[in-house]
Design a binder for this molecule. Structure first.
Ligand code: GLA
Length: 389
């Protein structure tokens, strides 16, 4: 499934002629637990998944950037000299936004004027709009390719920040660092524990195979966009809560601070803050349970996380709630919506023997409710961004 080399090279040749200089790929991610915690300096625990975006790339003799995606018609052209973050639109804003962010990083080293133009051809099997960070997969694959071909020598944390900057500034989504970190730092069979304050990361063995369990993604096929109001308004509530409680970020608070928060904040802001405080704790509890008791023990934290997002952070939808409750009723070890919310996907941790039955059962429940048929598929923790060829 990961081997998209041939299609990537063929697609490149069909557009630009000849062979690319190389192929780079980066995965989408699914967040096991720790939602909306990243921009609150908190903890998150995502995995890189076995669905990837590949970019075939070749440097040019001039300063032209040409980008194409197999998912969209046409080739988009821009000059390296005229990249304006405010005027990039559509799908090409992601790769070109990364190129812009990298020219900013290179400008600091005085290298920007020496950078070569580039032909870039993108192929992907990361579902778009499902909350699996198809955009981070594009950003990280392109960032890694440009970093190599432009010989900028940026490390993976710097590349993650470049992807995030492209997303924030060019795409206009005020997102955190989780998606790009997962895509760049993922390892097979491991989750990545992110401390978004210190930016320290740790790979934690999931032990899913030995426990006989796996993850199902339930893409509700209801769309979400973090450039819309919901995500930004949640972020503002968290910032308001931190300010009113006299801390730089909600990371500074723990469960013991909840009574003071309840006394000081209005009901809605309090619930937003309570989600972040309890979610940070659930990330740490999940990692501790994985280490001491194994994968089958983390179900309650996933289930509680979903309730917190549904009732306190209010980012779930009827489709996501139904995906989670039906997975739970069908015997999943745990389930929760995953990603930014307002649509997209849920995940369920299931025993391997139950996976087919749970998938079929969820499809039946959705049909009975009159909802669009969900796309239910297994994902495995896989390696992060890499050069493939
Ligand atoms: C989106 C953002 C991430 C993170 C999640 C919620 O995926 O891109 O930075 O905030 O939502 O956890």
């Amino acid at each position: 499934m990961n081997d998209v080399r041939q299609p990537g090279s063929e697609y490149f040749a069909s557009l630009f002629g000849g062979a690319p200089e190389g192929l780079w790929s980066a995965p989408g991610r699914v967040n096991l637990i720790g939602e909306h915690t990243d921009y609150n300096d908190g903890f998150a625990f995502p995995i890189a998944i076995d669905k990837r975006t590949t970019v075939a790339a070749r440097a040019r003799a001039d300063r032209l950037l040409r980008v194409a995606s197999i998912s969209f018609p046409g080739v988009v052209e821009a000059s390296l000299d005229g990249l304006d973050p405010d005027s990039l639109t559509g799908w090409a804003a992601y790769p070109l936004g990364v190129a812009w962010a990298m020219t900013q990083a290179a400008a600091g080293d005085g290298a920007a004027s020496r950078l070569a133009g580039m032909d870039l051809a993108l192929t992907s099997d990361v579902p778009a709009g499902a909350g699996l960070s198809s955009s981070a997969a594009v950003e990280c694959a392109v960032a890694l390719a440009l970093n190599d071909l432009w010989e900028l020598g940026l490390d993976r944390q710097e590349l993650a920040r470049i992807g995030q900057l492209a997303e924030n500034r060019v795409v206009g989504a005020p997102t955190g660092i989780m998606d790009q970190s997962a895509s760049l730092l993922g390892e097979p069979d491991h989750g990545i524990l992110l401390d978004c304050q210190s930016l320290l990361t740790e790979s934690v063995a999931l032990g899913f195979a030995s426990a006989g369990v796996g993850l199902l993604v339930i893409d509700t096929r209801t769309s979400h966009s973090h450039a819309d109001g919901g995500y930004a308004s949640r972020r503002r509530s968290c910032e308001d809560g931190a300010r009113l409680l006299g801390v730089g970020s909600l990371r500074a608070l723990g469960p013991d601070d909840l009574p003071r928060a309840a006394a000081l904040l209005d009901g809605q802001t309090y619930r937003r803050v309570r989600h972040i405080i309890t979610e940070n704790q659930r990330v740490l509890d999940t990692v501790a349970a994985l280490r001491t008791s194994g994968a089958a023990a983390i179900g309650p934290f996933l289930n509680e996380s979903h309730l917190s997002m549904r009732d306190d952070f209010e980012i779930s939808t009827p489709e996501l709630d139904l995906a989670v409750s039906s997975a739970q009723e069908l015997g999943a070890i745990g389930a929760r919506m995953t990603g930014g919310g307002f649509g997209g996907a849920a995940l369920a941790l299931v025993r391997n023997d139950d996976a087919a039955r749970v998938s079929a059962g969820i499809a039946r429940t959705f049909a009975r409710a009159g909802y669009t048929a969900p796309h239910v598929f297994p994902v495995a923790a896989s390696g992060g961004a890499r050069r493939d060829l």
